[in-house]
Ligand binder design. Sequence first.
Ligand code: SAM
Length: 352
Amino acid sequence: MAASGQVANFRLPPLPTIGEIIKLFNLRAQRQLSQNFLLDLKLTDKIVRQAGKLQGAYVCEVGPGPGGITRRILNAGVAELLLIEKDPRFIPGLQMLSEAAPGRVRIALGDILRYKLDEAFPNHLVKNWEDDPPDIHIIGNLPFSVSTPLIIKWLENVSNRDGPFRYGRTQMILTFQKEIGETILFLLQRLTAGTGHKQRSRLSILSQYLCKVQSCFEIPGRAFVPKPEVDASVVRFIPLVQPKIEQPFKLVEKVVQSVFQFRRKHCHKGVRILFPEAQRLEKAEQMLMLADVDPTLPPTRLSMQHFKSLCDVYRKMCDEDPNLFAYSYRDELREKRKRERIKFEKTDEIDL
Ligand code: SAM
């Protein structure tokens, strides 16, 4: 770790602009890696400021690309910055930054979905879950193509207190496609006022049962190069000391996903697919009754309390029937279709 005096006075020396870096290394954006760069210094600065005071902090940046956000993080005087980038074309430009901030930058060429953040920071940073968050921050203008699986993976990490949350309630400042940001942020209070919302989905429940989520600001699509079709939202995630649903992540995910499977229908339709066909109606009715949830409500009108009750009751049912949790509606459907196809082919042969 760098000495604190060095950190306090740190300022990057003059460097080529991000636009010049892009030209110098011929970094044409690749659509398959969701590359849309932010060149506007005011915006990159604004994103980094959302993380609060970063002097002496440890930061992981996801997908630094040509390094616009990276420079602002370094100028904030961080102790160490871990960069995880999948595209090797960016490495020479990032190395230039690393040389300009000696001993502060670690560059990892790899896929953030596979990168293990459990051991990424020094052990002395570990805090108790109940304490204030550790001085570790995750920042990223996320590649749109991986943002949903990535946030689901990190939410599971929050639930298990592993990955980057082995150190405590690590905070994240993440830039998403606006539609995904709106889904995550959909405010539960509005529901209690009785208004359903089309954006309400699995992501809003999974994010908000585990984290305090806050909207920071929006970025118009035209601020990116090349310009994407949609705007972006910057969202802050702070893991909650006490999750709003106290059940294993996989169980909550299964219940929430099933309920939202038929988002325009009554919620009992989604609850039914948690159970094998033979017991479906009876068990779904029992689950909704025990959870005190009106079966005719659409999924978008269910509150966090409803989901908590549904998960708690489903957990009890799984404890009583050890095969229940492993049951998969999709697998049953696939098997059924296969059997029907074989039956149909056989009938066809007879007809011939
Ligand atoms: N941070 C830069 C900025 O704001 O200008 C670039 C952001 S761009 C939306 C997303 C970046 O993530 C690209 O640099 C891309 O190569 C990188 N990327 C894409 N998929 C990735 C993955 N699975 N793991 C790590 N980086 C990835």
